[in-house]
Design a protein around this ligand. Structure first.
Ligand code: GLN
Length: 203
């Protein structure tokens, strides 16, 4: 099969994800492509969807106006794997903090988690940390956090994949993965590989 991964390309770190998916495909010997998605029809036939980091209010609103919001919900219901990074993690959540309520930003309500936006405070807008993420192997994973959210509570069917300073920063529920950091900004492709294996039905 030729794999097709759709990156929601309305705002944020889109091209970096496309490059990271291509590198991960090469590593795994998967024949496939990563496409920039701006319209719902483009999600026909994709084996996986990535919602990138950026500004979750903007991404959510643009997903509504383009019709991608409903389409992604349908694909998720049909079992298509979804990876949400940073703003994408917020967008796939069921519940948000008071900042989310105040801005009335649309949430896809896919993963049974509650998220806090800008969870690491303004003093530490952006930082890097090497975290242990056991599903990716023994070697720590370099995580780049940029005005990052965190998961403040997770339902019983959600697996916590990583924590930083007591806060949950990586989660999985079935075929959904959410991370608070930016895996597309480092050369390490292990998180994308983990996701692609899921898209191949092997993870
Ligand atoms: N702070 C952004 C938000 O709340 C997320 C930042 C990011 O994606 N790097 O939407």
């Amino acid at each position: 099969m030729i794999m097709k991964i759709g990156i929601i390309g309305l705002q944020g770190a889109v091209s970096e994800h496309i490059e990271a998916v291509k590198r991960a495909m090469l590593k795994l010997g998967i024949r496939g492509e990563a496409i920039w998605v701006g319209r719902p029809e483009q999600l026909e036939g994709v084996n996986g969807i990535i919602i990138p980091g950026g500004e979750s209010t903007t991404i959510g609103k643009l997903m509504l106006t383009t019709g991608l919001f409903e389409k992604v919900k349908k694909k998720a219901a049909a079992g298509t794997p979804i990876l949400g990074t940073c703003a994408g993690l917020i967008t796939i959540a069921k519940r948000g903090d008071e900042q989310v309520m105040r801005t009335k930003q649309p949430l896809l309500s896919l993963m049974d988690i509650g998220v806090v936006r800008n969870a690491f405070g303004r003093q530490r807008e952006s930082f890097e940390a090497d975290l242990e993420i056991p599903v990716l192997g023994k070697e720590p994973f370099r995580c780049i956090f940029i005005r990052a959210p965190a998961v403040e509570e997770a339902g019983p069917s959600v697996d916590v994949l990583a924590k930083f300073k007591g806060k949950i920063v990586a989660v999985r529920q079935g075929k959904l993965i959410g991370v608070a950091f930016h895996p597309e900004l480092t050369p390490d492709t292990r998180l994308h590989e983990y996701f692609l294996k899921m898209c191949q039905n092997k993870g």
